[in-house]
Ligand binder design. Structure first.
Ligand SMILES: Nc1ncnc2c1ncn2[C@@H]1O[C@H](COP(=O)(O)OP(=O)(O)O)[C@@H](O)[C@H]1O
Ligand SMILES: [Mg+2]
Length: 391
């Protein structure tokens, strides 16, 4: 069943196939917005009591000393996507320390206004608005695709699967806006199942059956979306190795749980073990994304740090192409401190690739000189002690 069946005039337009209906309650928009932030406003966000920044399509370059507040701005933009943002921080840590405990991020994107933040009464609950109307935060994905690369992601291939799963889920969300909703519902059903299994008495198996049904419905939908995007990315990445940025090959390891029957069987046959463990041991929540350097046929974790970074660039660039193809607009990219770690040739090549395709790219660096090869129409800002000025 296609998404078209469920689309109402109130939802943004995009050519995405979906398996589950969504129920958008946004005010009407006349056209699918181009994903470019034209104005960003922060209130009580990290070290910014107040900030207003006028942006434009293309490069938005933020340079300034360590601790000036560059990453904070990218983090603010990253909260215009569902999830916990690029630091995965607790909401209460985001609010300005000397403020009233709440924070707000607002962005104008053409004639669409996105806003998200907390209130002093509920500092741990994020509320989101589109054109002034309250919407579930997961719905942000319908309006804006945002992807980021940060220094913390240098360890993506070396650490456990949860970071890679989160990374993959961001890639999927940017293409299939229903994905976070399916993940949220799967996680909620799984928590409920864990609670039920933990109860002393033998749980009512009809209730458990019903919960397993929920896990299968939302879990296999999420796993299918991951598999779909992994395959589409592989197709996009084929033959893109240009000697500067190695092309990866991706592999989703999900235990076959994208198949509802496999997932249902796994849940049913593991109830005893799950009860003993006090949690659901197998399912899409344990999936992993493995990445290989295609030309070398080598696992990413065995590659050099520079090669690993190149693999990530290649994924992000191919993914941006995929978004452009499927959603008709390039995503917003947040590249934190990436310029400093590239040699000048690769830096120029990256800037070239990013600018030739269009789309909005936010970049940070300590030295303005790192951006000498940025396109002529790049916006350059100086960030210093919580204030931002045009360079
Ligand atoms: N909740 C907060 N309230 C006030 N300042 C904060 C808060 N969280 C972080 N900061 C400050 O933000 C600064 C770091 O900003 P950041 O964007 O990471 O710098 P950089 O320019 O190096 O990327 C630090 O000085 C830190 O003390
Ligand atoms: Mg930083």
């Amino acid at each position: 069943m296609g998404y078209e069946r469920f689309r109402t005039d109130a939802s943004p337009r995009m050519a995405v196939n979906r398996d589950f209906p969504s129920h958008p309650i946004h005010p009407r928009v006349e056209h699918h917005p181009v994903m470019t932030i034209s104005r960003l406003t922060l209130q009580n966000f990290r070290n910014y009591p107040q900030l207003r920044l006028e942006a434009a399509p293309g490069f938005v370059v933020l340079s300034g000393e360590n601790g000036a507040g560059k990453t904070n701005i990218l983090e603010a933009v990253s909260l215009l996507a569902p999830g916990r943002g690029l630091r995965r921080a607790a909401l209460k840590d985001i609010a300005y320390e000397d403020g009233s405990g709440d924070f707000a991020v607002a962005a104008e994107m053409g004639d669409v206004q996105l806003g998200t933040g907390t209130s002093a009464a509920y500092p741990e609950r994020r509320k989101t608005r589109v054109n002034g109307a309250a919407v579930p935060t997961n719905d942000l994905a319908q309006w804006l695709s945002i992807l980021w690369l940060t220094p913390a992601m240098d360890r993506l291939f070396m650490e456990g699967p949860s970071g890679r799963r989160n990374f993959l889920d961001r890639l999927v969300t940017a293409l299939e806006p229903d994905h976070p909703r399916n993940c949220t519902r799967y996680d909620a059903a799984r928590r409920e199942r864990n609670r039920l299994l933990a109860d002393d008495y033998m749980p009512d198996s009809e209730w458990l059956d019903a919960l397993d049904g929920q896990l299968v419905r939302f879990g296999s939908a999420a796993a299918q979306a991951r598999l779909r995007i992994t395959q589409e990315l592989n197709a996009m990445l084929e033959g893109t190795d240009d000697g500067l940025f190695a092309a990866p090959r991706l592999n989703l390891e999900d235990g076959g749980h994208h198949d509802p029957e496999v997932l249902l069987h796994s849940l049913k046959s593991n109830r005893r073990e799950d009860r003993a463990a006090g949690r659901t041991l197998k399912g899409p929540h344990r999936a992993d994304l493995t990445v290989f350097h295609a030309a070398k046929d080598q696992a990413a974790e065995k590659c050099s740090t520079g090669e690993q970074k190149a693999l990530l660039f290649s994924i992000i660039l191919a993914h941006a192409d995929l978004i452009a193809e499927q959603r008709g607009s390039r995503p917003v990219l947040l590249l934190d401190e990436v310029a400093a770690h590239l040699d000048p040739r690769r830096r120029a090549a990256l800037f070239g690739k990013l600018s030739e395709k269009g789309g909005q790219v936010w970049l940070t660096g300590t030295e303005p000189g790192l951006f000498d090869d940025a396109p002529d129409d790049a916006l350059h800002f100086r960030v210093a002690e919580g204030s931002v000025t045009v360079r």
